[in-house]
Design a protein around this ligand. Sequence first.
Ligand code: FES
Ligand code: MG
Length: 573
Amino acid sequence: MSEDKKLRSQEWFGGNDKMGFVHRSWLRNQGYPNDYFEGKPVIGICNTWSDLTPCNGHLRDVAEVVKRGILEAGGFPLEFPVMSLGETIMRPTTMLFRNLASMDTEESIRANPLDGIVLLTGCDKTTPSTVMGACSVDLPTIVVPGGPMLNGRFRGETIGSGSFNWMIKEKQTTQDFDAEAMQEAEICAARSIGHCNTMGTASTMGTMCEALGLTLPGFSSIPAADSRKKVMQQLSGRRIVEMVKEDLTLSKILTRKAFENAIVTNAAVGGSTNLIIHLIAIARRIGVDLKLEDFDSVGSQIPLLVNLMPSGKYLMEDFFYAGGLPVVMKELGDLLHQDIITANGKTFKENYAKATCYNDEIIAKIDKPLQKHAGIAVLKGNLCENGAVIKPSAATKRLMNHTGKAVVFENMEDYHHRIDDPNLEIDEDSVIVLKGVGPKGYPGMPEVGNVDLPEKLIMKGVKDMIRISDGRMSGTAYGTVVLHVSPESTIGGTLAIVQNGDMITLDVENRLLQLNISDEEIAKRKAEWKAPEPLATRGYVRIYLDHVEGAELGADLDVLVGGSGSKVDRDLH
Ligand code: FES
Ligand code: MG
């Protein structure tokens, strides 16, 4: 920062008048000495800790370590809470509240005397929500990712927290998996602090932040319980104070090139489809033009380098020991923009040049990838005029070009009610169509797209079927699952008028998702279609329903797109 640029916090603390007194005096009840108010960079630590978000349960302790770093560098740390979103507990889905948490973050930052921000994140939505909010203010900001749990071990088998749960129905149906086994598996799957240890959404979000340049290099892969995580937390505290002095704001780091790096990296690590929605939402907050199609054009030819669940075999702890994300970054080389600046003030090239791979079964070489093309395929067709997505690396080859008969479920309740009905007409070539799980439909676009297969087909040994919905899928899930169909069924997209027995074609290579009926028939059914009653008439959900945009736009609220900067003209009196 130039010498003459005054710290933002000095607008609160720098006055020798009544308001200066008010802003300082009450804070002094915490015992801060004079010099804390005389031009130290004030760093807000935005904490998503909550007992209700177990993946972020350690962030109280993390904040103390970050404070150490801030104090060492001459900053003044002030920790504040924001709404936390616990993936496994909140109903109907955390995604309904991502935008609300982002508003909390944005307003908490802007309204307070803060010069720089540290975002403490972990469980899936706690990352995009806080990054989105911070983008709409655009102060110097660094992300401290909470880190994954240690590997789970259950009766001699390595199990991934996040992926194991998707096997439970199959295990209960086909194996001797009783209540006792279930109880035992529960604690085995989640045996340490941290978030899901697969390359699920939480690890994807940590990886995304590092690929965007928002963390210190190498930070995102370290397990939460590893003492090296603490070192990074402390260094992040030191670094944010420097970033304030350099005026290294989010918009200087989050360029279009940074977003392209995040897309490429996500493809190489086999990351979650949820990245699409969150990355678009973040881009639109910071004013970068990023479209759904970019995920295909930038990412779909990228090789898969990382052998982690759910696409592969290993877990985040193994990934860290193999060298972690820095190795992937180095392998990707010129597939990444090398010249862009990151939070530590250095470029990608400088940050990752020295990375070493210690296990190429876990991180493959670029010329010997696990798959030649990973990433996300963006589908178009009369069933999804605004697009839909599929993650080919998690899908079954046989089904990637397939035409089958639709078995339609009008909503989640209908699915639960009928899926295991022995008389349901369904076989492994059928296409499961699930409606009413989009942003307005559920509401909140839950992670239900990877619905379980019918019991009778599981017993026959069927492992995968095409499933199509306007919902999302957990980053830990897998299968030939078409997601994010837009426009969603609840607002009358073509998905709404699909009927049992209609033929549907999925052709991933040609990026096609098609309902094989005539345009006239589609128009006729749409004219007869009746919109359902809105799901809420008041409160936040009403605001959400009135303002949420389509999945292809990031499912943000239309009134939240963009930013308002950090300026607040009026004081309290
Ligand atoms: Fe929190 Fe998976 S449930 S990260
Ligand atoms: Mg999730």
